[in-house]
Design a protein around this ligand. Structure first.
Ligand code: TXA
Ligand code: MG
Length: 332
């Protein structure tokens, strides 16, 4: 790509002086800063309006860099990194002393991930150190899957945005903890607990959408404090309903509804409703999900009605899709 080396050089200069650089990944765009600089990381929290207890994922160029931020690199971590990196898996391990407490929300563990986007891998290599990278959205709102989404969110802020095109995965990485010999999925994603279990040779618990959600304190008991029940939310009120209940939901509004559905044939057309058709396959749906929520919001509807997608019995990725939709339709 033309201009890429120059862009990366500019990005590295910014990062070295404590600045912010948004980068593309295969999941969503991240808001990058030097993970070992407390001041730079503080800027990320400020710009996103993120609560201090919610820890950040540390992005690395590979296993060697991961070991620099980890106090221990358990065999489980080794196996998972070998199998899934670069890719959409964040691995929680005990943190090294060099990682400032602000990165982990004051907790003893750090989540590390090696993303698979070539532009960002080049950036990590050129920078030569780990970068924090929360999703590049204002805290609580819909994650960005294009450079344009990031620019919109941080227009007024000093953020350099590297444009790597639309994200192919579309939803955030799976977060798995291997701390203390346990293996637990804390946030579902494109890589399912069952596949992780196969690699580790044992059953892996999936704690998202329930057990650890809504416990907002990393320093105490919550393993994944970012898993608040309300998250990924559009501005408009949004509800999730089964296809047969769509008419009932639409009947509650006076103005217009936007309907988001993977199964448009089941939806009657009519006044007050604008339909956004989603792909019927789980990966396609995940890829489109956040752009669709943004599109719906841009119409300023009175209500967004999302038709409940299939469950994970046909494809485990539906679990992650449903998890995001549940949070997008919860207000707390
Ligand atoms: O795909 C992704 O993971 C994207 C891209 C940019 O890499 N990043 C991302 O970051 O989604 P963020 O900050 O939006 O979500 C991070 C999630 C939160 O749920 C947080 O609580 C959890 O990871 N997390 C981060 N560090 C953790 C830690 N030390 N222990 C447990 N959970 C952690
Ligand atoms: Mg996020």
């Amino acid at each position: 790509m033309d201009g890429q080396p120059e862009q990366i050089a500019e990005a590295v200069t910014r990062l070295k002086s404590g600045g912010l650089v948004a980068f593309p990944t295969e999941t969503v765009y991240g808001l990058g800063a030097d993970a070992l600089s407390e001041a730079a990381v503080q800027r990320v929290f400020d710009v996103k309006g993120r609560p201090a207890h919610n820890p950040l994922i540390v992005h690395v160029s590979g296993e060697a860099m991961a070991k620099r931020v980890a106090a221990e690199w358990p065999e489980d971590a080794q196996k998972l990194a070998e199998r899934f990196w670069p890719g959409p898996l964040s691995i929680v391990v005990p943190k090294a002393a060099s990682v400032p407490g602000i990165v982990t929300g004051g907790g003893p563990n750090v989540a590390v991930r090696c993303p698979s986007h070539p532009l960002t891998l080049s950036l990590l290599e050129a920078f030569g150190g780990p970068l924090v990278g929360p999703s590049a959205n204002v805290s609580g709102f819909v994650s960005p899957t294009t450079a344009e989404h990031v620019r919109e969110a941080f227009e007024a802020r000093d953020v350099l945005v590297l444009d790597g095109g639309a994200c192919t995965g579309g939803i955030e990485s799976t977060v798995v903890s291997v701390v203390g010999g346990m293996a637990r999925v804390l946030r579902s994603g494109l890589i399912d607990a069952a596949v992780i279990g196969e690699v580790l040779g044992r059953v892996v618990e999936c704690a998202d959408s329930g057990v650890v959600s809504a416990i907002p304190n990393a320093a105490t008991s919550a393993e994944s404090p970012g898993q608040l029940s309300s998250h990924y939310s559009p501005q408009a009120k949004a509800v999730m309903v089964e296809a047969p209940d769509v008419d009932k939901a639409v009947a509650t509004v006076e103005r217009e509804c936007v309907l988001i559905t993977h199964s448009p044939d089941e939806i009657r057309s009519g006044p007050k409703r604008h339909v956004i058709s989603m792909p019927g396959d789980a990966r396609g749906y995940a890829r489109r999900l956040y752009a669709a929520l943004r599109e719906a919001d841009a119409m300023h509807p009175e209500l967004i009605v999302i038709v409940t997608p299939p469950d994970e019995s046909t494809n485990p990725v539906w679990r992650a899709v449903r998890d995001r939709l549940k949070r997008a339709t919860t207000r707390e």
